[in-house]
Design a protein around this ligand. Sequence first.
Ligand SMILES: [Zn+2]
Length: 390
Amino acid sequence: MEVSLVYLPDDETEIGARKISYCKKCLMPDSRPRIVFDDLGVCNACRYSEEKVLGIDWAAREEEFNKVLNNYRSKDNSWDCIVPWSGGKDSSAIAFKLKYEFDMNPLLVTFSPMMPTETGNHNREELIKAGFDHIFFRPNQKVHRYLAKRFFIERGHPKIAWDAGVNTIPVQVAVQYNIPLIFYAEHGETEYGGKVLNQESAKLRTFTEVIEHQIGDDPKNWIDEKVSEKDILPYLYPNSNDVDKVDIKAYYFGYFFRWSMFENYNFIKEKIDFKIHPNGRTSGTFTNFDSIDDKMDPLYYYMQYIKFGFGRTVRDASRFIQNGHMTYHEGLENAKKYDGEFPNEHLDEVLTYLDINEEQFNEIVEKHRNDEIWNKNDGDWKLNYPLPGN
Ligand SMILES: [Zn+2]
């Protein structure tokens, strides 16, 4: 079937302030923060996926990877690297490969999901049973819930503090245990479209970039009458003297090996009893194996849809298309069915966690709806520039 790739509304004068274009190869709109489109209307994530097939010398990258590991591999049975580990397919695949294919001795470090799911708990336990040491950090839930509510109200993003913790705790542990090597998964800005400063930034993680893109400010700014200096400890990056003393280097695994979340899933499900979403599909998307460990996630992705006009299906389908696991047309069909699905899954528990009622919830959601991209039509919110056929 022929699909029109450029969507032009009939009458541009009636359209709101923001014109949205979609990538001509995947489904991603240019409203994704920091994404760059080239003159042919193709996003930089798609261009990078082409490079992954044709432009990158993966054998040389693997050689570079082996050199890194040879510098760090433990000779005294101590842990030689840290894997920030959610228990999901990506970080589990990395941990498994480091230990059993590259003879490393990784320590897995988890900053707890806000609202852990049974599936996530099960999957973590399965990998630990496969032979791994693990540190699980659960932050003070009085403070964490308070911050979740506050950031949901203020920024439409309940996971800001979580984002900070997930980034700082592995580095805090690295300092504490004197482990100089950390393996993160993929560089999101390179893989999924964003601001790629240089090739080095796709290889070595810089915390400045993480603060700027994910957390948005310094956790010290969160101190108020309810949050003390002590309370923000889990969210603070260790001081640079300590990081320098251990000489910590944090690499992206996805720089050394061709990254694909679907292939990571296929890998890990062969190694452990990796459970998928019990409903067969995660709310808001067609996938059942990704980001299934936190009951907060459906809301997180829904807010992305409210703020930027693309939901979890567009995110997932774009990744599938880029890595050759799905056609553009199949992606569109999935987006039509599932993108922007209301996060009913676990909603009651989420409301309790955030200490708000449904009315307040709806008000907060609407407060964050981007009126440059949305329009109310016959009582329903519609995107001014929807995906073709949506
Ligand atoms: Zn694209």
